[in-house]
Ligand binder design. Sequence first.
Ligand code: AMP
Length: 443
Amino acid sequence: MTTFKDLNLTKQLLNALSDIGFENPTPIQEKAFPVIMSGKDAVGIAQTGTGKTFAYLLPILRQLTYSEQRQPRVLIVVPTRELVLQVVDEVAKLSAYMQARCVGVYGGGNINIQKQKVYDGVDILVATPGRLIDLTLSRTLQFNSIQKLVIDEVDEMLNLGFRAQLIKILDILPEKRQNLMFSATLNEDVELMIDNYFKKPEYIELISRGTPLEKIIQQAYYVPNFYTKVNLLEFLLQTEKAFSKVLLFVKNKKIADDIYKEIGPAFAEEIGVIHSNKSQPQRFSAVKKFDEGTHRLLIATDVIARGLDLKDVTHVINFDMPSKEASAYIHRIGRTGRADKTGIAISFVTKKDTTMQKEIETLMKKKLVILDMPEAVEISENLTQDEKPVTRDKSLKKIPKIITPTGAFHEKKEKNKKVNLGGKRRQENLRRIAEKNARTKPF
Ligand code: AMP
C-alpha cells in the first residue's frame, strides 16, 4: 500500500500529515499528485468524501515557495462560503510547518476586513466567485501573479448560476497558468468550459462516471405524502439507535422549516436546520453542532449541504428525492460512507418520484433496495397544500388571453436570466484588467 512517504513530499508536509493522523494517500490523492506536480492542466472527477481537497492541496503546497509578495499565486474558487472556510482550514492543517499565507473571501463576510487581509499579503486565496470579482474591481486584488487556478465543485458552481462570473474570472487571469478542476460529475456545461479554457487536460478519474461509492448501502421506502414521511422519520429516529448522525435532504426551505415544526417538540435538542434563509452565524453553528455530535439530525437543502465535509455521517435520508437532476442524488449520498467508513442512504420515494428513481438507478447502474413500511408507522391521509389535487372553480370566469404582439415577453425573460455583472463601467474595468493580464509576463 502506498504511503505518503512514497510521494516525494517535503518533511514539513509529512510532519503535518502525521499530526493529522493520515498515513496512506486516498486513490485520488495518489493519482492526482504526479499529474498536478507535472504542471499540466487536470480535471479530477471525484466526489466529496474521496479526499479530493488534499489531492490538490498537497502538490500545490509541495510547489509553493516562500515569498513576501502580496498578491496571490494560487487561486481556489469554490461555490459556497462554508466550503471557503473548510478549504482554508485544510490548508492551515497541512501547512502547519511551513509559511503559507492563506486567506478566504466570500460574499456576506465583511469586505473591508477581507480587503485588509488580502492587502497584508496572501499566497493562496480561497474565494467564492462574486466576492472575488468585487475585490478585483476595487483593485485590492490583482491576478497577474496567479500561477495555479483550482475550480472546485465546478458542476455545482454552474448549477448555482455562477457561469458568467466564472468566465469573467477565467478571462482576466494571466494566460500562462495551470488549471485544475474538480467536479463530481461531468456534464455538457462542464465539458464546454474545459474545452474553452483548458489546455489538453489530463483526466483523473476514479470510478466510471455516475457510479456512487460502493460502500454506501442504498435503500428506499415508498411513502405517499409529507405527513407519512414525517411519521416514518420520527419512527426511525425513535427506534433506531444507529441513526446517530443523520443528514436529511429536503426540496426547499419551507419543507425544512415544516419538518422542524413537526418533529421539533419530540427532538428539539437534537435537530439543526440549515438553508439559505438562515443567517451566516446560524448556518455555521448548525454545521458545528452537527459535526461535533451535539445534534443528531441536520435538515438541509441541496445548495447548502454541498461540499461540506461532515465527519462520520451514519445516514443520509432523502426526505424529498432530487427533482431536477439524478446526479444530485450522488452528491447527497456521497456525504455518508466517507473515507473508509460504510454509510447508509435511505430515500423516501413518492409516486411522483418514480421516474427520478429510475433515472438514478440507470445512472448508478444499481437498483435501490425497497424496504417494507414498518407497521408501526401511521399512513397519514392528511395532505399539505402542495399535495392537494388542483380543482378548478367553475364559477370563475375564464380570463381572456392577452396576446403580446411582439416577442417582448421572451426578451424580458431572457434579460432577467442574465447575471448582473454591473454597469458599463464595471464591464469596461473588467475588460481592461483582462487585457493587462494578457500582456503580463508569466513567472
Ligand atoms: P474531501 O473529499 O476532500 O472532502 O475529504 C473527505 C474526508 O477525508 C475529509 O474528512 C478528509 O480529512 C479525509 N481525508 C483526506 N485525505 C485522507 C487520507 N489520506 N486518509 C484518511 N482520510 C483522509
